[in-house]
Design a protein around this ligand. Sequence first.
Ligand code: ATP
Ligand code: MG
Length: 442
Amino acid sequence: MYFSKSFIPILKNNPTEAKIKSHQLMLRVGMIKQSSAGIYSWLPLGFKVMKKIERIVREEQDRVGVQEILMPTIQSSEIWKESGRYEDYGEEMLRIKDRQDREMLYGPTNEELVTEIFRSSIKSYKSLPQLLYHIQWKFRDELRPRFGIMRCREFYMKDAYSFDLTDDDAFFSYNKFFLSYLKTFKRLNLSAIPMAADTGPIGGNLSHEFIILADTGESKIYTDKRIFEVDSSSTMIEKSSLNDLRNQYEKFYSVTDEKFNKEEFEKSVPSEFRLSTKGIEVGHIFYFGDKYSKPMNATVDFNGKKEFVKMGSYGIGVSRLVGAIIEAKYNYNDEIMKWPISVSPFDCAIIPMISKNDSSNLDKSNKIFEYLKTKNIDAIIDDTDENISAKIKKFNLIGIPYQIIIGNKTEGSLLEFKEVDGETQKLNIDEIASQISKAKSN
Ligand code: ATP
Ligand code: MG
């Protein structure tokens, strides 16, 4: 891909309307474009990142045995009346009418719809557990949409739902999601901590929010720093191993605002480990038993009796994660962004110095591009006639983690290669390719 042909509308200066760094950067490098308050179009750079995040989220759901479905964005009000949430949800719900005057709504979440799907097909406890997820746009008419795609009205969410016979089975399902969330955020190079949370309008009594630390976060959090040391790498998808993992986390005091109790915090966390700071909620899991199955009559046969299924729901803010990663990785003062290679819009930027009447550096770039392609490395060539330092600055901002610079200093087969935030090295193309491939495989 040539930069001159790409749709990456870069702004010269930081947009003044944006208050936090992720919003500024996303507008500045043309990842998104606002279409109306809290509603955005995703341009190629932003869309590529979001799709890569989505893929990781999907793989980690599949890995713990969750089955993917796709429910529509538009729902009928009937099922929401059954659950009793049609009125409760209030003004955040965007309500619409079709031409038959039927009350419809743009889905803010899918507990009702998935329960309706479940109850119409699953009749026996022998088909349990059922774990279902989808990745779909949601609409919540937020009172104050702000911070770009971090709190918007239309956003992309992975939401999953579990159906079990007993509480004990349901906790097992819950814990599978708990593990899959830790693995997902790790692959995004984020350290997300699970925190005991309030269940809010979803209801129920067991709930964790997954929070990444960031000064611009909207959640106030209180935690024991030792929680960062908990390691899930050897956890198996098996009841006792998963229980152990949750116990290891729950040993440490770690809560959001609503659950905070000063006395308890000071009693259970030695002062040197106390951390009270802000964070961004990137995921939220809930166990709520029969809160929806009861009013919606979702049952299974068990020994001749009808039992209400026990349910949980599990969300990840896929579009919010794009901003959350920026909040975690963007070095605002030096204007350097570094995408984790797992979600970077390109793996590598090829930045040639181009002078009039001399196409040799561009020819060289094309060859490097073709070679990298054979190694499955996705590069972008800056073929514009900007000067080299302007180009480097631009790519520092775009955040592709690796740069190959082809200028006066390029000698023989050695190329100038650097990580966006690192020192320049002189390497041949094979060494460069293997360094990038190695990073990609981690
Ligand atoms: P918040 O407390 O941030 O308003 P929530 O608790 O209402 O979020 P959930 O119902 O738990 O949200 O949704 C699951 C995930 O979807 C959240 O953890 C978050 O990452 C994402 N999300 C929720 N609301 C928004 C929004 N308005 N814009 C972008 N992402 C959102
Ligand atoms: Mg939440």
